[in-house]
Design a protein around this ligand. Sequence first.
Ligand code: PLP
Length: 389
Amino acid sequence: MSQKDWKTRLIHSDAHAPEGFRSLSTPVFRGSTVVFNSVNDATDAWDQFELGYTYGLYGTPTALELAARVCELEGGHRTILTPGGQGALSLINLALLKAGDHILIPESIYGPNRRLASVVLRRFGVDLTLYSSTVGSGISELLRDNTRLVWCESPGSISMEVQDVPAIAEAAHRRGALVVLDNTWSAGVLFESFAHGVDVSMQALTKYIGGHSDLLLGAITVRDPELYRQLGATQQLLGNAVSPDDCSLALRGMKTLAVRLETIERNALHLARWLAERPEIERVLHPALPSCPGHDLWQRDFTGSSGIFSIVFQPSFTRDQVRAFVDALQLFKKGYSWGGVTSLAMAYDFHGNKRPAYAHRIVRLNIGLESVEDLKADIQQALDTPSVS
Ligand SMILES: Cc1ncc(COP(=O)(O)O)c(C=O)c1O
């Protein structure tokens, strides 16, 4: 074409930036359409690692770099990204289950994961049994011929029980069931899923990989090509694309994960040990403390601890007192999610939901990067508030 109208030039320009820019960050590649050389090259195949790029839905280079890096850290075969942690766990269930299957879920699993099973999966004919998080090899008594998945989350949400994942995996594999782990607490680096028998390891990247409370992403890392195929094919049909901008933030967050985790671990341990000595506190549920169910398993299987743990107030504390304590905190903000740089607190209620008998007395803390002395002073002043003490 010899002469292009300016309107065409707006779309098909001959002007280009100079080449050769080399920076230290991954570019943000946005795009839905992927351009093919010829119509014969065009395909809708989803596996961009094997077949090259075909459509933005299956990941631009920004997303695939993040996936590859998470996979490298988790030590798996491949990683698939999802728009959030909840999206990751729902994809796992939808990809690997069919009507007539049975799944096992620990009582301490992240609440929306449990509700997904009890509400949605049940509607599609999947049967569910909740098991005690500390069951260990006793899981074999709960496994059935049609048990397809055994979910684990270690430590569990809020009540923090550390699970005997290798014992569960051994029993599950003997009966032909797959083991899926929510590995978010370990940030995919403090617990080696695949070395402990896990088949599918998921993480909410929203937490420690993102690390700054400003994005939602999930990751599913699999042990082998067949699981990758099943998950990838279902992901294609569910159409849950991730934002390249969020992936770029997660790639940036990942670079400082080690230093953040180191400080967060130190701060959290300091506060957990201090709280364990306080007369108002009955128990501290931090995997690195003997008072946490499964502490010996944490010592055996983990290489460190991260920054969420829970405290249980003495039985004399009323619901109003516990809530007044959380409300009196100033540096600790009140909010869901965790893994960011800001300390958070949230009160829970374990009445009538098959959780340990902590009732209204349990409060979960997310420890951030503030000065640990300031965080301690904040907790101290909240404990001293008249409506609490
Ligand atoms: C253990 C655990 N898994 C999964 C999720 C879900 O992650 P997202 O908030 O990214 O959907 C959360 C969120 O709080 C979580 O705590």
